[in-house]
Design a protein around this ligand. Structure first.
Ligand code: ZN
Length: 362
């Protein structure tokens, strides 16, 4: 599986929202000519933004520029893509993501129905949306440069939708191209993956990501970036939801004191993720290695590796079940208490395989 690098400076293309996508965009335009691309990689590194930039480049009408220099950002087609109203671009995203991505008008399957019944917005891409996309793909291009369908995140196609989509990939309509975005490509059916050309994104160079975060007002961006495993859009999400570098740095100490207020109000998935990272770093420190997610000075050493391994196993089991409708406050208190135990258990007192049972409040 080839990896598209992202360590060269931006050049040429206009309107790229994420500077580290310049080189992946150029490489993809130069080397990927298939009718279906799968843009994948770790979460929050710009899969969706790259798909839109590719769509804009292919639809761009500034033909005095070479393809590798597009999108121009200024022609009528580029402006229509930027305004999210290009007639040859269809973006499929789950209802639950439409607002945050600003694609509320597209693929409105069941919208009225949902409005009237006040159902929770779906996290899936449903078969109705795929059927609409297939119909869209088979009509003639309105502006003559082909049709583009972006599916994000592709792993959210439910089984019926994925089946219908597979048939379209097997027998593509004339001048339509599909851009599938995924942060969990392993969750996609192998039959779909095998019919797509591969575009693998990696986390951007830290200097580029930190400059991008700093330009958005994030203080000490390196601390949050490390906390997010190098994924800048996630670091920005954290900053915008009130998790700053000071709070992140204080987290290990507060958890070690059993202070659940450090994590209260966070989505449960983020709580479990943060505790897994703390567990990882505590174990790294106990083994004499460098921590990865927290500044070394914010961590206290002394926890025994067997205790941390047992804790890690519990967190791993919980991580697959975080969508469960738990009582969030009870779960956080229970998790922090368990974490405090694990962090204070010294090497001599813990035995391999030992672990407390977790009362998660279910
Ligand atoms: Zn253009």
């Amino acid at each position: 599986m080839s990896t598209i690098g992202s360590d060269e400076p931006a050049s040429g293309q206009a309107g790229l929202p994420l500077p580290w996508l310049a080189e992946p965009l150029r490489q993809t335009l130069a080397t990927r000519r298939g009718h279906a691309l799968l843009i994948h990689g770790p979460g929050a590194v710009g899969q969706f933004e790259l798909a839109l930039a590719l769509a804009q480049a292919w639809l761009c009408e500034q033909t005095s520029l070479a393809l590798l220099e597009r999108p121009c950002g200024a022609c009528a087609a580029c402006r229509l893509v930027a305004a999210r109203s290009h007639p040859d671009l269809l973006v499929l995203v789950p209802e639950a993501l439409r607002e945050s991505l600003g694609w509320s008008g597209d693929a409105g399957e069941g919208e009225d129905e949902r409005e009237s019944s006040k159902k929770k917005p779906s996290k899936d891409i449903r078969i109705e949306a795929i059927r609409a996309a297939i119909a869209f793909a088979t009509t003639t291009s309105a502006r003559g440069r082909g049709k583009l369908i972006v599916v994000h995140p592709a792993e959210r196609m439910n089984p019926a939708a994925a089946n219908a989509f597979l048939k379209t990939l097997e027998e593509p309509a004339g001048d339509s191209r599909f851009l599938l975005c995924s942060a969990a490509a392993d969750a996609l059916a192998a039959t779909i993956r095998s019919r797509c050309q591969d575009v693998a994104l990696i986390v951007p160079p830290p200097a580029l990501a930190e400059a991008w975060l700093a330009a958005r007002g994030v203080a000490e961006p390196g601390v949050l970036l490390a906390g997010c495993g190098g994924r800048p859009q996630e670091a920005l999400d954290w900053a915008e939801s009130g998790v700053d570098a000071t709070a992140w740095r204080a987290l290990p100490g507060r958890v070690a004191r059993g202070d659940a207020s450090a994590l209260r109000g966070w989505p449960l998935a983020r709580v479990v993720d943060a505790l897994q990272k703390l567990c990882h770093d505590a174990a790294a420190l106990a083994c004499g290695a460098q921590p990865r997610y927290f500044p070394a000075a914010s961590l206290s050493s002394g926890a025994g590796v067997p205790s941390l391994l047992a804790w890690n196993r519990e967190l791993t089991r919980l991580a697959v079940d975080v969508e469960h409708p738990w009582s969030a406050d009870l779960a956080v208190e229970s998790l922090v208490e368990r974490s405090r135990e694990a962090l204070k258990t010294p090497r001599s007192a813990a035995r391999e395989g030992e672990g407390l049972s977790l009362n998660s409040g279910r």
